[in-house]
Design a binder for this molecule. Sequence first.
Ligand SMILES: C[S@@+](CC[C@H](N)C(=O)[O-])C[C@H]1O[C@@H](n2cnc3c(N)ncnc32)[C@H](O)[C@@H]1O
Length: 285
Amino acid sequence: MVQPVAPQGVGQTAIAVARFRAAETRRPDRLFADPLAEQFVAAAPPIRRGAGGRGAGWRGLLRYLRPGNLAHYRAMPHFIAVRTRFFDDFVRTAAQTCDQVVILAAGLDTRAFRLDLPDRTRVFEIDLPEVLAFKQGVVAREGTKPAAGRTQVPIDLREDWPSALVEAGFQPGRPTAWTAEGLLVYLTEADCEQLIGRISGLSAPGSRLALGHQDRSTVARQKANPLAGAAQTLYKSGLSERPDVWLGRHGWQATARRAADYGADYGRPLNADVGQGWLVTAERP
Ligand SMILES: C[S@@+](CC[C@H](N)C(=O)[O-])C[C@H]1O[C@@H](n2cnc3c(N)ncnc32)[C@H](O)[C@@H]1O
């Protein structure tokens, strides 16, 4: 069997998330179980951390061992665990009324495999071709079958993905649950505007949407932290507005809560560094 080829560039960030999910799955107090995450990690080479990646070496790295930087490093696994659980809960609930789920920038998301969704649910996973090819290679090798109907749509989200989605069987007239987890920060503000315009244009009444968002100040701080992962060096501008206000402008009724509030709900406290992140749910009236 052909060895799956790990993605480069922004696609690597999907592997970083899988690494956190594999670690969470091993915890006795885990917020979810994602057995495939370990298989993705095993098939991918290790990712170089920010400081090492910038050629700082051990001496350079030691200079950055400040409490604030370390706090981020320690908190990130818990943030990803809380965020994953939030999106799991959203998809489970939304699938009760929406029989299409579109996972934007799906990366190594395995919700089509591990969530108990209604039989009629169709899950569309959109991401870059190299990311979905790697994912499919590992899934095929493991012989894992999805619980829900699953279709991959390999395309860059800055290209004409609505046409590709419709060609793959998506029905614009039916209510849809959309997720954008760990995506907006890898887009420019103009890309975000184009994305929400297209999502809104494809969303029948009753559609639902969940997204994650970091304020610009948080993005800037994390980007400057050499102890952050390689993913943070790829951050772009993302949104400048509060995400619920932004969605409101685009015709969605949105509720935004801080990740720390969800962490408290789930019994997994988050520190201020990552707890500031927004987790947003919205409905199309
Ligand atoms: C941090 S990962 C999150 C993956 C997934 N949502 C999860 O939580 O496991 C970011 C993902 O965004 C994808 N991505 C970034 N920019 C993209 C673009 N322009 N088009 C399609 N996918 C993109 C990357 O390939 C990667 O899989």
